[in-house]
Ligand binder design. Structure first.
Ligand code: MLT
Length: 287
């Protein structure tokens, strides 16, 4: 896992998250794994936001209760994962299928499945395809609803920026919305880290993600049927997925716990790592 500004001055253990690869038919999926080959450990799968990669989860290894294993895949085309060619008819289900296939390949049953924003859309698509796959669910800074027509128009604008300027243009457009005002004002280390993660992504990966997000269906009925403990995390400064969205999901879910993190924007695990990790650890410890 790349060294991040967050590790500066601290002892960095490169074994904490080993990059692994799984070959699935025509594609290769890369993932970070905190305990490769440990078949006894309960597993937490965390799925990344747009347009980042699995590297955004490096700070969550230390949130794991004793004995847990964290697996964080790079979605199709992101990080070390390949794009399946041809990438026709892109659907959010492609990402869900990749992660489900990866879990089968690794012999992992009933993990806790979590995702932030786009990662949450993927987690919900996994639950639609395999309703009993998870023993617990974490939905951070995400929403169950599909894109509005205005949202889809914005995504078409994003595709035009991508064509003109590549991932750097997307980083410039996204940054003011990804981070909360408190983070932008007080945590100068976070923005360069996020910008670097975005710039590492290929235009093909970013394009595929935009197309998949804009065609995703509404997932409210999927999550309303969930009968496992579910942690919903929101940030009070999140402008992309405001806390009202989190409230609607929590109200629809039979076994949900809603935690709104203070002074936190959209990338809650990067902006408030201590609060995020405390919340995550408490939830996993109760399962
Ligand atoms: C994300 O953070 O994954 C994106 O902001 C999600 C979206 O654009 O809907």
């Amino acid at each position: 896992m790349p060294r991040s500004p967050f590790a500066a001055g601290k002892r960095y253990d490169p074994r904490a998250m080993a990059r692994q690869y799984v070959h699935l038919d025509s594609r290769t999926l890369a993932y970070f794994d905190s305990a490769p080959g440990d078949h006894e450990a309960p597993v937490l799968v965390l799925i990344h936001a747009f347009p980042l990669g699995a590297g955004m989860w490096e700070g969550q290894v230390k949130a794991l209760p004793e004995g847990w294993r964290l697996i964080a895949p790079d979605l199709r085309g992101f990080g070390g994962s390949t794009i399946a060619e041809p990438d026709d008819n892109p659907s959010i289900d492609d990402y869900a299928t990749d992660v489900i296939d990866m879990l089968h390949h690794l012999g992992i049953e009933r993990p806790v499945v979590g995702g932030l924003s786009m990662g949450g859309y993927v987690a919900m698509a996994m639950l639609r395809r395999a309703p009993v796959i998870a023993r617990g669910v974490i939905l951070a800074n995400t929403r169950a609803g599909a894109d509005s027509s205005e949202g889809r128009a914005n995504r078409r604008g994003m595709l035009a920026v991508l064509d003109r300027e590549g991932a750097s243009g997307v980083a410039r457009e996204m940054m003011p919305k990804l981070l909360g005002t408190t983070t932008l004002d007080t945590r100068p280390d976070v923005e360069p880290f996020v910008r670097r993660l975005i710039k590492q992504q290929s235009p093909g990966a970013v394009r595929g993600a935009v197309q998949r997000m804009m065609s995703r269906p509404d997932s409210m009925s999927t999550i309303a049927a969930l009968m496992v403990p579910t942690l919903i995390i929101a940030g009070d400064e999140d402008v992309l997925t405001p806390q009202d969205d989190a409230g609607k999901m929590a109200a629809a879910l039979p076994m949900a716990e809603l935690v709104v993190l203070p002074r936190t924007g959209h990338l809650s695990n990067l902006e408030q790592p201590q609060l995020f990790n405390d919340t995550l650890r408490a939830f996993l410890s109760r399962l």
